[in-house]
Design a protein around this ligand. Structure first.
Ligand SMILES: Nc1nc2c(ncn2[C@@H]2O[C@H](COP(=O)(O)OP(=O)(O)OP(=O)(O)O)[C@@H](O)[C@H]2O)c(=O)[nH]1
Ligand SMILES: [Mg+2]
Length: 351
């Protein structure tokens, strides 16, 4: 899973990237350089479960972050999508950073500028392909791409109305037909309002102020001070607590940013715990037990027999398999079982 950190120049993208990755890439250098990192998804449940067993290895879920080159807002003048890095089409979702710290920018307006750029870029894709497909249908007389053409025209109408492709209400089948176009305005977004250090105490008020931007399943928001988060990530773990206490924050906000983007992607975690490894595994929400087994190994999916499942909460109460069994908190589940976020699972399979 890949997340693109995007935004206007000097909005704090690289600072946020450093905070999330623990790297120390140069910030404020106007270099427009791209950076990449694999980020561990912080999960206190995995930390807790790990205390119950003697284990050699702890493995967190991971997502890939791309600190992308800035949007310049120049697409509008030129009428082309030159300012949009093509690689952004490969992202599963965006973390969109907005300058709410300098006092020189209006975050709402900046969001508008970025949205307009994305709309223009998507329109260019639509226009190109509408013509192409219409021609193919005309030349070959084959109607099998007629639905795709219809959908592209729907996309065009949306975009011309300055709406996002993601706002279309389409069936799963229809979305599949559009998948290859990788529309920027279809991807889920996490808006990060990057506030200054002295506003941290107004956190709740600011969150409230920007809550109107949230759209269930498509757009979420987070409030962070990227430069503070970056400083925090650079500290040795034993010094972080004092730093946080000083600022009056409970946990690094970056953890929340990562967790929110993870759930925005429609992802959940289940856990396996044991002596060789305690691990969080990533699956799409709604996956059944064999599919979850397949996240570990494809053979596990094919040879799936059953899953022995306990919730994280029950595991923390009863602590061992025999105790869970005795308390009737270990559930035997079959192929139809839909795995839930936080399940601790032992798979039985036959290969
Ligand atoms: N006060 C304050 N300054 C910040 C904050 N976030 C970023 N900055 C400053 O803003 C400048 C730009 O930060 P970067 O993280 O490099 O921003 P960017 O979006 O990566 O910039 P480009 O890659 O050049 O587009 C730096 O001087 C940062 O120190 C913040 O939360 N508070
Ligand atoms: Mg940068």
């Amino acid at each position: 899973m890949k997340l693109g950190i995007i935004g206007l120049p000097q909005s704090g993208k690289t600072s946020l990237f450093n905070a999330a990755s623990g790297k120390a890439v140069e910030v404020g250098d106007f270099s427009q350089k791209e950076h990449r990192a694999i980020i561990k998804v912080p999960d206190s449940r995995l930390d807790d479960l790990t205390t119950l067993v003697v284990t050699r290895k702890v493995t967190y879920a991971e997502i890939e972050f791309l600190d992308a080159a800035a949007f310049t807002g120049k697409g509008k003048q030129s009428g082309a999508d030159i300012s949009i890095p093509g690689e952004l089409r490969l992202m599963d979702a965006f973390i969109l950073v907005l300058d709410a710290f300098s006092g020189e920018r209006d975050p709402e307006r900046d969001l508008q500028i970025i949205t307009e750029e994305m709309i223009l870029a998507d329109l260019a894709v639509v226009e190109n392909n509408v013509e192409k497909i219409a021609r193919t249908i005309k030349v070959t007389g084959k109607k099998d791409r007629a639905r795709e053409l219809e959908l592209l025209e729907k996309c065009r109408d949306m975009l011309n109305d300055e709406k996002l492709v993601g706002e279309l209400d389409l069936s799963h089948e229809d979305w599949k037909l559009l998948r290859g176009y990788a529309f920027l305005t279809q991807k889920p977004q996490l808006l990060v309002f990057n506030i200054s250090e002295d506003k941290l105490s107004d956190f709740d008020k600011i969150f409230e102020q920007y809550s109107k931007f949230r759209v269930e399943g498509r757009r979420d928001i987070a409030i962070a001070c990227a430069s503070i988060e970056m400083e925090l990530a650079a500290l040795p773990p034993e010094d972080r607590k004092a730093f946080l206490d000083d600022l009056g924050i409970e946990k690094p906000v970056i953890d929340k940013v990562i967790q929110r983007s993870y759930s925005l992607l429609g992802l959940i975690s289940f856990f396996t715990i044991g002596e060789p490894e305690c691990r969080a595994w990533t699956i799409k929400k709604g996956s059944n037990a064999p599919k979850a087994a397949g996240a570990i190994h494809t053979d596990f999916e094919r040879g799936f027999i059953k899953a022995e499942v306990a919730t994280y909460e029950d595991y923390m109460v009863h602590k061992t398999l025999p105790a869970l069994k005795a308390a009737a908190k270990l559930h035997i589940e079959g192929k139809e079982y839909i795995v839930q976020d936080g399940d601790v699972i032992l798979f039985r399979f036959n290969i």
